[in-house]
Design a protein. Structure first.
Length: 263
């Protein structure tokens, strides 16, 4: 998950204390990538707890089934599983997911991109080229492809929100972050382009969120010497995601926001 960023100054407008209630997202259809683990899992559970019908998108069916079972146990709105390996998926896989979602729900009110891979931390001079391709594909190209096929469903909503999970190193690059930083910089630009294209003709808003340091496997991979106990759990940083997915953020688009204050 995309939580390996180095903190930048907080951007106004992303309320970290947003109080979401059990009906905040009632009736909304929200798709979450990377829903089986980390931040994606935490946000999927939180949105379901707020009344949303969640489409769980991820690579590992077993993990998605576990999240689905937990949502069912909440006794809230239904959830559905949509397995998709972003590294290996081809055009027909995206089309099948989009067709199934539109047929089942008729629209999409929220699309949250969380799935990502770190790749390796290495100087550009020595960066492994196949790893570069893989990271750019999973983190940027796949997010573009999924957004593109789901735009008809998002346009069918009267109030839709697309959130790209970003990173501090995508907003200001740091040495050795390689393809991950470039992929997140591309994500920021993709979000700005999409926000500008959709703002005047649709009810779809587009923003990026930088989670900041969070206690996940990716964070441990990037900072193996760091004490994870000093970091918040994924469930502790979901409030800005819920705000952007709710009607409370209507009219907010083209923004690069932060989940946490600078440390």
């Amino acid at each position: 998950m995309s939580d390996t960023s180095v903190e930048q100054p907080a951007t106004p407008g992303a309320p970290r204390d947003f109080q979401a209630g059990p009906e905040t997202l009632a009736g909304r259809i929200i798709a979450v990538t990377g829903a089986g683990d980390g931040i994606g899992r935490a946000v999927a559970l939180a949105t379901a707890g707020c009344g949303a019908r969640v489409v769980l998108i991820g690579r590992t069916v077993r993990k998605l089934e576990d999240v689905h079972a937990r949502i069912t146990a909440l006794g809230r709105a239904e959830a559905s599983i949509a397995p998709l390996d972003l590294e290996k998926a081809v055009a027909r896989d995206y089309d099948q997911l989009a067709d199934a979602l539109l047929q089942r729900y008729g629209r999409l009110d929220g699309l949250l991109h969380v799935a990502a891979i770190l790749g390796s931390l290495a100087p550009i001079e020595h960066y492994d080229v196949p790893t570069w391709y893989r990271v750019l594909h999973v983190n940027l190209t796949a997010a573009f492809a999924l957004t593109q096929v789901l735009l008809p469903a998002l346009r069918a909503s009267s109030d839709a929100s697309i959130i790209f999970t970003s990173s501090g190193v995508g907003r200001r690059a740091r040495a050795y972050w390689g393809a991950y930083a470039v992929s997140k910089a591309g994500t920021e630009t993709l979000a700005q382009l999409l926000a500008a294209e959709l703002e005047s003709s649709t009810a779809v808003r587009v923003n990026t969120l930088n989670p900041g340091p969070v206690r996940t496997r990716m964070r441990m991979q990037a900072f193996p010497a760091e004490n994870p106990e000093t970091l918040p759990e994924p469930g502790q940083i979901v409030a800005p995601y819920l705000w952007l997915l709710s009607s409370a953020s209507r009219g907010v688009t083209g923004q690069a926001l932060d989940c946490q204050a600078a440390r």
